[in-house]
Design a binder for this molecule. Structure first.
Ligand code: GLU
Length: 909
């Protein structure tokens, strides 16, 4: 038998030699023949030497060729084997799926693996996931997974690992994708640790994330760094170390080192290993397959050997001669069955491995643990071992919280943790009170632990210095073991979660803006205009104008509107129309102002026009009145900022947040450039005038009050709610900018207990009770009620209705101007008629008007000569001529003035 092996990796060569030794040693495997080996080492991918070496080995006579590993060299060897009918045995993953007569590959077929991965994703109910793959060839193994995501509800995002060894930007994209928590990694085994390490660096190694890794050799990797984060890392393995055959074989290989050491390592990584030249090797799949392949060959040879004599024949690469037993051996290899290191080995007629069974393994705190098996031949593919939770529960029973005294690190912040007001000197836990203390009391009652409260030494919540990779504040204290748990208003975020374990949130919140309460705006002068928008006023004006014109026109057209000018004339020569242009406007404005006029339309058309106009005015006036009250009473607030964007756009109002908390991280590590710019500004302002980024919320709140409208503070909604309730003049601007929760930070052994405790407190309503107690009841003080003073309806002030007065004064002024123009015009005419001056006439008239001595005044007659020029048709032309007789222009006495003071058609009363 010949083996072509990679000179850089001796593991397969060792397995090959051991396997041949065992086949020769075990008389039952090959009783009538013995295997001898020829081994050649090649550098990876060296096809030329591979072909030469095969020809050289054939000259000496061979029954089968194993290897080589590189796909290019393997193809060359394959064509030689095909030509000379020598069995070729491969044990590596090959996407090309070659179906050659003289080839047999023990590695599970890519399609079998593809189904296995798809089944696992289905079993885990992954709906959205990202597939990280190394190269396009590997996609053959992911076919089912990709196909399944296309038409169904499953959504897969494909991402190729970049060249080089920096995958952080790809991993960060996954971190920022809000809907992806499932990661499928398909890359060569040696790249897996680096990908996982960088995932941990960017914050993807938290218990929110689940991973499936396609490598079948995950047991050969050191995953201790990832085993404490409660991250779901799942993979398949084909070599089951718990099977006695595997154990026995590995122990044989492993005779160089002590059994104790073997057990501990094997337990930690969940994989068997062996020693070669004093170097520890974990049993890789391909190595195990080489071992199995030798046994398979031995078994096939034995079957053939039993029926005929087999001779090894030297062959020459330059001749056409072939080996007559090659075809039979390869066929027997496809027919026989074997229980090997990689489970049951059997093939279908095409020479592909069938009935593959693999273990599903998951990373736990104590290493890889088998959680089930996958079997390609069953309809229900998975057979899960004992539920994970059950196992964990059994393990966690060993961690007993009862009677343990936990050191609790916390921080002062109203109303979470405050110093008790007391005349007595207090010590220990007695010094403190607040929501956190009550929560700890309740949890300690539930879980049976005792606790000592300690204030965090650096007064910080905890932020990560990305350059040094170091934490500060409460997070550091728990990481370094200075405290067992951190209980405070400690927000859970991704970075923190990668450093510590957190319980489920006991309170939900989001970041918002604290600012001084805005003042009320002074009412506008013309606020009576506000019930209608400007365009409505405009349209009303157009409507008024249009309707007046239309009314004028249709009245002139309609015969009914042409009337006898005086009731005493029975057969008039002329008819008169009351809807002059001026009267039409007077009619529409009269009804719009709800006053009416004594112009009454008579024709159907004008009445319809009038009716529809009245309907319009009714609705408009009612709507105006309905809206007016609220516009006059409701006072608008003068808010200089309404959102985060308003703050970002300006530099006059400075802003800040707690410098070492999660709010600072919210800006600092934000994916949105606007927020990062805001953070830079905060840092710059803070370096010039410290206090922009205070140490705690109380300092920030006080600065907001002190700076009166010149400083806004980003604070968590829970604390804003408390501050606004207690301190007058504070106000929350806008809604929440994010959504998160406060959790208890700790190392994972306690998490299960604390989660259970918090859930019980939530279900019993205790968390709500504590919230009410510390936000509404305790330390309430006088509150701001006194300031709110006035309630109910407030009387309108002059500022509210000032505009109406302005309009009145304006209207009066215009009326006076018109009166003066009329007065001047009339007196100018009289002065011209009588030959006096305008000033004389005006002063005479003014004296009479202002003397208020009489309500009647003599009529001024026009001079005769001015009249004579108009006497052409024998009829008087100027109505003034008849005024002194008390007759109108038709020779009838003037109509008496109206008693009701209403507006007559000429507009005189
Ligand atoms: N609760 C925050 C934290 O856990 C501190 C306050 C803040 O950053 O606004 O870091």
């Amino acid at each position: 038998m010949s083996g072509l092996f990679d000179e850089a990796d001796p593991s397969e060569e060792t397995a090959f030699k051991h396997a041949v030794e065992r086949v020769n040693a075990e008389i039952t495997v090959l009783p009538r023949s013995r295997l001898s080996t020829q081994i050649e080492r090649l550098s990876f991918g060296d096809s030329y030497h591979a072909s030469n070496k095969v020809c050289q080995m054939m000259r000496e006579g061979i029954a089968a060729i194993f290897g080589p590993q590189s796909p290019e060299a393997a193809s060359h060897v394959q064509s030689i084997c095909d030509a000379f009918e020598i069995p070729h045995i491969e044990t590596k993953w090959d996407y090309k799926i070659r179906k050659e007569n003289y080839l047999i590959n023990l590695y599970p077929h890519p399609m079998t693996l593809s189904k296995a991965y798809n089944d696992l994703v289905e079993a885990f109910n992954w709906e959205t996931y990202v597939i990280i793959y190394e190269n396009n060839e590997r996609l053959y193994t992911l076919q089912d997974l990709i196909k399944a995501s296309a038409p169904s509800t499953r959504k897969a995002v494909l991402k190729q690992l970049p060249e080089g060894d920096d995958y952080r930007s790809l991993l960060k994209d996954i971190l920022y994708a809000t809907d992806i928590f499932n990661i499928f990694i398909d890359c060569s085994t040696d790249k897996v640790p680096e990908v996982l390490k960088q995932a941990q660096q960017v914050g993807l190694m938290t218990y929110h994330y689940s991973y499936i890794i396609t490598s079948l050799d995950i047991h050969t990797l050191d995953l201790v760094d990832f085993s404490y984060g409660d991250i779901n890392i799942t993979a398949y393995r084909i070599v089951d170390p718990d099977r006695p055959e595997v154990d026995a074989i590995v122990k044989q290989w492993n005779s160089h080192i002590s059994v104790d050491n073997y057990n501990s390592r094997s337990h930690m990584y969940g994989g068997p290993y062996y020693v070669y030249n004093d170097i520890l090797f974990f049993l890789q799949t391909e190595t195990a397959l080489v071992y199995d392949a030798v046994f398979l060959f031995g078994k096939a040879l034995h079957v053939l050997d039993s029926s005929q004599r087999i001779d090894i024949k030297p062959l020459n690469c330059d001749s056409k001669e072939t080996w007559q037993h090659g075809y039979s051996i390869i066929n027997y290899m496809k027919m026989v069955q074997l229980q090997g290191l990689t489970g049951l080995i059997q093939f279908n007629t095409s020479g592909y491995r069938t009935d593959v069974q693999m273990d599903v393994v998951q990373l736990k705190r104590d290493g890889l643990r088998k959680i089930g098996t996958w079997d390609s031949k069953f309809v229900t593919k998975f057979n899960w071992t004992k539920q994970d939770a059950e196992i964990e529960a059994v393990q966690d029973d060993t961690i007993d919280l009862k009677n343990r005294t936990l050191t609790v690190t916390t921080i002062k912040n109203d109303p979470f943790l405050m110093l008790k007001i007391s005349t007595e000197p207090l010590t220990g836990n007695e010094q403190f009170e607040g929501y956190t203390v009550d929560l700890l009391n309740e949890l300690s009652k539930e879980l049976g632990f005792k606790y000592n409260i300690k204030l965090v030494s650096d007064g910080s919540y905890g932020s990560l210095n990305k350059e040094t990779g170091k934490w500060n504040g409460m997070i550091r204290e728990v990481i370094d073991g200075e405290a067992d748990i951190a209980v405070a208003d400690l927000s859970v975020n991704k970075d923190r979660q990668s450093a510590l374990d957190f319980t489920m949130p006991f309170m939900n919140l989001g970041i918002s803006i604290l600012f001084v309460e805005p003042k009320f705006k002074a009412p506008e002068l013309f606020s009576f205009m506000n019930p209608f928008a400007v365009d409505v006023w405009m349209y009303m004006f157009y409507a008024f104008f249009g309707v007046s014109i239309v009314l004028f026109i249709i009245a002139r057209v309609s015969p009914m509107e042409w009337d006898c000018p005086h009731p005493c004339i029975e057969d008039p020569d002329e008819l008169e129309n009351q809807f002059t242009l001026l009267n039409s406007f007077w009619f529409t404005i009269g009804s719009l102002m709800q006053q009416g006029s004594d112009i009454a339309p008579k024709a159907t058309s004008t009445r319809m026009m009038a009716g529809i106009w009245w309907f319009f005015t009714l609705i408009m006036v009612s709507s105006y009145t309905a809206n007016l009250a609220s516009f006059l009473l409701v006072q608008e607030k003068d808010e200089p900022i309404k959102s985060l964007q308003d703050l970002a756009r300006q530099d006059v109002i400075k802003y800040g947040c707690v410098g070492t908390g999660s709010t600072a991280s919210f800006f600092k590590f934000s994916p949105f450039p606007e927020r990062v710019v805001m953070w830079k500004k905060m840092e710059e302002w803070n370096s010039k005038s410290p206090g922009i980024l205070p140490k705690d919320n109380v300092a920030g709140r006080d600065k907001v009050l002190r700076d009166e409208g010149k400083y806004a503070f980003f604070m968590e909604s829970t604390v804003i709610e408390y501050a606004v309730e207690r301190v007058c003049g504070l106000y929350q601007v806008g809604g929440l900018l994010d959504s998160k929760g406060y959790g208890v930070g700790m190392h994972s052994p306690y998490r299960q207990y604390f989660n259970g405790g918090i859930l019980r407190l939530q279900e019993n309503g205790i968390l709500d009770k504590l919230k009410r107690k510390w936000w509404k009841e305790e330390r309430k003080g006088t509150g701001c009620a006194a300031e709110g003073g006035e309630s109910g309806v407030t009387p309108l002030r002059i500022a509210n209705v000032g505009g109406v007065f302005v309009v009145l004064v304006g209207g009066c002024a215009v009326a006076i101007i018109f009166a003066f123009v009329e007065f001047f015009w009339e007196n100018r005419k009289i002065a011209t008629d009588e030959g006096g001056t305008v000033v004389e006439e005006m002063s005479k008239e003014l004296k009479f008007a202002l003397s208020c001595s009489s309500n009647s005044k003599p009529v001024k007659k026009e001079k005769k000569d001015s009249l004579s020029s108009q006497e052409g048709n024998g009829e008087p032309q100027d109505s003034n001529q008849y005024l002194d007789l008390g007759l109108d222009s038709y020779g009838f006495p003037n109509a008496p003035p109206r008693a009701n003071g209403g507006i007559n058609q000429d507009g005189y009363t």
